[in-house]
Design a protein around this ligand. Structure first.
Ligand code: DX5
Ligand code: ZN
Length: 228
């Protein structure tokens, strides 16, 4: 959790790079987070997976809390879990700055988004590559971030799906027409080459796991993504 002044300082015009902890060395979580921040990470992206909503199991609120204690960096927590409403308070208490829930998960989406904001956090809504934009449209006035998945969620290291670019562009158009101001984040297969198309389509927050933590020069990798 960081100060509110820092939270509101970032707008959807800013290019932000959010390294995904999923690609880090879990034996040294704190050091890995500080390595990412020293390399220029704007946000830290934390992928929570429950083995139900997605095939993989990653980590829960205890690791979010560990990361929160290791650094002041903004925590962008991506809940790939079936009942985000049930577990929400634990992730709020763990020090999340933004919590992103999936529109496909079984919960009352509007109520969950409202609870996130009422707790003083930024609210994110994610949609899978196969989910049409229409599914999130009723909630666009209630969010600070729209996460357009550019892979089927569950695992790092997958190939970017270019067909999602059209949906990103459509979301950016609706944002303009309705005078809204949410960030558009992309997640999955992002590197300097795929990021360029995402920026052009209207996304501004780039989640990147393999192309940051697994690169020999992480600072150069983050800069290359930001400047793509
Ligand atoms: C995928 C996760 C991503 C993942 C991205 O289900 O939501 O955040 O860590 O990994 P890369 O950047 O390696 O595709
Ligand atoms: Zn993610």
């Amino acid at each position: 959790m960081v100060g509110i002044a820092l939270v509101i300082a970032k707008t959807f015009h800013d290019r932000l790079v959010a390294p995904s902890l999923l690609a880090a060395d879990f034996a040294r979580v704190g050091e890995e987070v500080r390595r990412a921040v020293a390399a220029g990470a704007d946000w830290m992206h934390l992928d929570v997976m429950d083995g139900h909503f997605v095939e993989n199991i990653s980590f829960g609120p205890a690791i979010v809390q560990t990361v929160n204690q290791a650094s002041e960096v903004f925590l962008d927590v991506h809940l790939m879990i079936s009942r985000p409403d049930h577990y929400l308070q634990r992730f709020i208490d763990a020090g999340s700055d933004l919590i992103c829930v999936h529109v496909e998960a079984p919960h009352d989406v509007g109520t969950t988004l409202r609870r996130i904001r009422e707790a003083g956090l930024l609210a994110g809504l994610a949609l899978n590559p196969a989910t049409p934009l229409a599914a999130v449209e009723p909630f666009l006035g209630q969010i600070d971030l729209l996460l357009c998945m550019t892979v089927v969620p569950g695992f790092g290291g997958q190939a970017f799906m270019p067909e999602v670019l059209e949906k990103i562009a459509a979301a950016a158009r609706i944002r303009e027409q309705r005078h809204l101001s949410f960030h558009i984040e992309v997640d999955g297969g992002i590197d300097a080459s795929t990021a360029a198309g995402c920026y052009a389509a209207g996304a501004n927050v780039m989640v990147a796991g393999s192309s940051t933590f697994r690169e020999p020069d992480m600072a150069a990798a983050i800069t290359a993504i930001r400047q793509a």
